[in-house]
Design a protein around this ligand. Structure first.
Ligand SMILES: NC(=O)C1=CN([C@@H]2O[C@H](COP(=O)(O)OP(=O)(O)OC[C@H]3O[C@@H](n4cnc5c(N)ncnc54)[C@H](OP(=O)(O)O)[C@@H]3O)[C@@H](O)[C@H]2O)C=CC1
Ligand SMILES: [Mg+2]
Length: 427
């Protein structure tokens, strides 16, 4: 049974629940003015939902529910993991909430709830799926994969220095709704995320109630932990829809570079499709950032490829690798992936006229050092076993706007990549 909107509202607006507030700290820095974009026009239904949400949140902040109440159960599951400022002393972020306490949410209702929270923001950008020619027809529904570096909240507010992005645009309570809206709009079967620093308090509880099974692997020395009032370490997260796939095996990989352990991680899981009984491996990673680290990234890429060779039993199991590689297509690590014996192709190349060129950008931001427009994010796939049926077009320069990303209408400095895959016929 789906929950009523009032219960959904409480899922989103849990910030006001007792024990879930951030600890008192210095006042926020002066806020810059909002841009003059046209606000979304909320429907009366959305406004009613927002008002109901505020009411539920207010009542939750003063009411102690007896055990067994659904709202209280939700809060207790979230509260277990949300006490984020203490994360570096007490690794509470490693404790997953009890799945028995999670009740299903209707995605449409959650989307509506997100839109209600976002009603003062400019409208979402329109992006279209581009159909791609496939070699063979498929009798099974495609597998939709989303790759997205969602921008860690602590890094966005405390380290990244996006000088043209108003601090208000980064407010977590609204930015998380923009992130959820993007996920709910495309409804991926598999979701590969980087820079997740709100796994246990936001994505795990909400996405598991939408039917996903999630795994989180934090970076060992996440730079988020250096930021005051952080919410714990950031890391990679992998979610898949439980009604479509069965987990066969799962590996959390700490990447090495020239045998040395590094601060970067990957998750690789073998899944079995419930409709077709076919197995494939899905992996997510986030390689070392910054210029000057090209050889390091290349070594991390080699380590990941070696791990994936073993996990796919020498390329016997079809593979999809999603990641923020922090590397342009000219870099060595890209070339290793393109020429690996795993026989991988990069899905977004298929959007180009010749099928050979990566898109002009997957991240676009302005830092104090200037404008950074790069192609760093990829979805690699086994070119023999899988076909890309369609891919979500990127935002245009005009949509991104002169202040670039993140912005009031897009929550991350990286664009999401979304592809529909199907299996080719077995030889
Ligand atoms: N406490 C300790 O003992 C240790 C702490 N650390 C911490 O970890 C950090 C390094 O971690 P590591 O994982 O190697 O980090 P990375 O160099 O990989 O970068 C971390 C994040 O910073 C973002 N980033 C990239 N370029 C810039 C930039 N120019 N300005 C601001 N942010 C940027 C990246 O985002 P994107 O990928 O989107 O570009 C990425 O998510 C150190 O700075 C330190 O804070 C590290 C080791 C030990
Ligand atoms: Mg980043």
């Amino acid at each position: 049974m789906y929950q009523s909107p009032r219960r959904l509202c409480s899922a989103l607006l849990q910030r006001d629940a007792p024990g879930l507030r951030r600890p008192p700290g210095p006042p926020p820095p002066p806020r810059r003015l909002s841009p003059t974009a046209a606000p979304r026009l909320p429907s009366p239904r959305l406004l009613a939902a927002a008002s109901a949400a505020r009411e539920v949140a207010r009542s939750c902040s003063r009411t102690v529910y007896p055990m067994g109440n659904g709202t209280s159960r939700l809060y207790s599951a979230l509260a277990k993991t949300l006490n984020s400022s203490a994360a570096s002393q007490h690794p509470e972020y490693l404790v997953a909430p009890d799945p028995e306490h999670l009740e299903p949410i209707d995605p449409k209702e959650l989307l509506e709830e997100c839109r209600a929270v976002l009603h003062t923001r400019p409208p979402r950008f329109q992006r279209d799926f581009v159909a791609l020619p496939a070699d063979c027809p498929s009798s099974h529904p495609p597998i939709r994969v989303m790759q997205w570096n969602i921008l860690a909240q602590a890094l966005g507010e405390g380290k990244d220095n996006f000088v043209q992005c108003p601090i208000e645009a980064l407010k977590w309570e609204e930015r998380k709704c923009l992130i959820l809206e993007e996920i709910l709009a495309y409804q991926p079967d598999i979701l590969c995320l980087q820079e997740v620093d709100h796994y246990f308090d936001t994505f795990q509880p909400l996405l598991s109630r939408l039917g996903y099974q999630g795994t989180f692997f934090p970076k060992p020395w996440s730079p988020c932990l250096d930021v005051e009032h952080n919410n714990g370490p950031d890391g990679c997260a992998l979610f898949f829809l439980q009604n479509r796939f069965k987990l066969v095996n799962s590996a959390n990989i700490r990447l090495t570079a020239m045998t040395l352990k590094t601060n970067q991680v990957a998750i690789a899981q073998t899944l079995e499709c419930k409709e077709s009984s076919r197995q494939f491996c899905i992996a997510v990673t986030h390689l070392k950032a910054r210029t000057g680290w090209e050889r390091f990234r290349s070594a991390q890429g080699c380590d990941l490829l070696q791990n994936l060779q073993a996990i796919t039993q020498g390329a016997k199991i079809p593979l999809i690798v999603c990641g923020d590689f922090n590397a342009e297509p000219t870099e060595e690590v890209y070339k290793h992936f393109a020429s690996s014996s795993l026989n991988l192709n990069s899905a977004y190349k298929l959007l180009s006229a010749d099928g050979q060129s990566e898109p002009p950008y997957t991240t676009w931001k302005i830092r104090t050092s200037g404008e950074c427009r790069h192609t760093l994010d990829y979805i690699w796939y086994s070119r023999q076993a899988l076909s890309v049926r369609s891919a979500l077009d990127l935002l245009t320069e005009e949509q991104i706007g002169p202040n670039r990303l993140p912005s009031f209408n897009y929550p991350s400095d990286h664009l999401s990549l979304v592809c529909d895959f199907s299996f080719n016929e077995e030889p």
